[in-house]
Unconditional design. Structure first.
Length: 219
């Protein structure tokens, strides 16, 4: 039974995975989404948005790079590198708070910029350039302050599935086991109704170890 369901989910997932690249809508604000989709000129916008995605609604977190761009008049890495932590905190705070946790997120935003400058020569696309393994991409995101496994695999997942960035493999890209996915897995009889996030993740790994995140494509 599980094998049949797996095959159907994977078939539908592969169709979506192989579809042509589309503009990704992260915020429902066209200008903000244009910035986040510009991996050629502003790859750091995507990375910094991933770092911000915690403890608030996703749309609020992902719009933060655009809000900085509005206040600075640009979002080049060269301009961002010049910002002190105090300046980042001020932009994050005024005239309206951009995040629920201003102090810690200001530190993480500033630290993220410094890591992109120091470890990737100011070009965040080096994180995923050259067809690295999925585990390597996960690891590189985990090296950013404040990034845990959930954010790291989310970032790799988006890069692979939505931006069509080629990786050497997809073994380490886990399913995003949110409430909806857990409900779907339970309805299909893949896990119990009260299954934990970890149970859903490991079930996806068991069903399709080549690319566990493929199991949530149809959702």
């Amino acid at each position: 039974m599980n094998a049949t369901i797996r095959d159907r989910l994977v078939e539908r997932g592969q169709k979506l995975f192989n579809d042509s690249k589309q503009l990704n809508q992260f915020t429902r604000i066209p200008e903000a989404d244009a910035l986040l989709n510009d991996l050629e000129n502003h790859p750091h916008a995507f990375v910094l948005a991933c770092i911000m995605d915690r403890q608030v609604k996703a749309e609020k977190a992902w719009v933060i790079p655009y809000r900085f761009a509005q206040k600075l008049g640009e979002f080049s890495i060269e301009r961002l590198e010049k910002l002190s932590l105090r300046e980042v905190n001020r932009i994050m705070s005024h005239p309206e708070p951009l995040h629920r946790y201003i102090e810690i997120m200001s530190q993480l935003f500033h630290s993220g910029i410094q890591r992109i400058r120091g470890h990737y020569d100011g070009d965040a696309s080096h994180i995923w350039a050259g067809k690295p393994s999925s585990a390597e991409v996960d690891y590189r995101f985990l090296e950013f302050d404040g990034v845990g496994p959930k954010i790291a695999t989310m970032a790799a997942n988006i890069l692979a599935r939505r931006f069509k960035i080629p990786f050497a493999d997809y073994f380490s890209i886990d399913i995003s086991a949110d409430v909806h996915i857990r409900r779907v897995f339970a309805r299909l009889g893949l896990v119990p109704a009260d299954a934990s996030v970890e149970q859903v993740i490991y079930k996806a790994r068991a069903l399709y170890p080549e690319f566990p995140a493929m199991m949530d494509q149809p959702s």
